[in-house]
Ligand binder design. Sequence first.
Ligand code: F6P
Length: 326
Amino acid sequence: MQDVSKIAVLTSGGDSPGMNAAIRAVVRTALYHKLEVFGVYRGYQGMVEDDIMAMDSKSVANIIQRGGTILKTARSKDFLTPEGRKKAYENLKKRGINGLVVIGGDGSFRGARTFSAEFDIPCVGLPGTIDKDIGGTDLTIGFDTAVNTAVDAIDKIRDTMDAHDRVFVVEVMGRDAGYIALYSGIATGAENILIPETKTDMASVVNMLTEKEKRKKLVNLIVVAEGDDFGGGNYVGDYLKKHLPNADVRVCILGHIQRGGSPSCMDRLIASRMGYHAVECLLEKKYNVMVGVVNNRMHYTPLEEAVKAKQKLNSDWLKITRILAS
Ligand code: F6P
């Protein structure tokens, strides 16, 4: 395969705060190495539809602090087909693009793995997802901001919950992973944290709340991940209303506010660091890997493995949650 001389960068799947900082790092590192850089709009769909633009240093000015993604993002159906991927390849090829940086989650990496196996364009992935549901890295771009947004919102809910002696169920994002629920729940002193990684036993949640009612424990906060096996916030709320008739139960679904907003310092830092290393990887011929950070060191996972690996939940957190909720 020829040396990488022209690269493209895209964001794909759900956006996450810090994606802009990563785009900026990729573009500026590439320019530093005298590579040509292109931005692909709307993820893989833009690659299929030839929505590709040359980028320079100015194109990424004043974006490090902005949420969302200036390149926009999408979940492309066309790219799932061999015809779609062929079109995408031809659109890159006609510009001489011979390296691709994909910022996104596991679905985006599956696309990159298939594409790089079919065509002579190496890919490097950067983990951009608020869910922190990708193995091979301790950190994903956007998680820190999202979890802090959740903490800020739950702190506010606690004020009104406390004022009314209510039971509050707060649903946070996390389709397959409970990290946002776990971290925001512990940080806000939740009595129960319900996550997809563990079986939810609503009978014991009710028992716990009944015990607390006897002890006149006033604040009862339950943080639930949207992907929890019981079905998410509304299901949990309905169950509690039915089984705790004396309790005043309210449900709040935080939703997409967790995906927006200015990225935290931590997300800007990891996005900058990962973006820089993505380009270095392409130059050093470390092809088809996901750039991660493990124990504060750069860590490279073959895309093939990255699409399978899930982050394991540290059982310490679950124990701490149980003890602190008593
Ligand atoms: O980006 C991950 C995520 O935020 C999940 O936690 C959530 O289930 C999903 O995206 C929501 O996706 P959409 O914005 O397409 O509704």
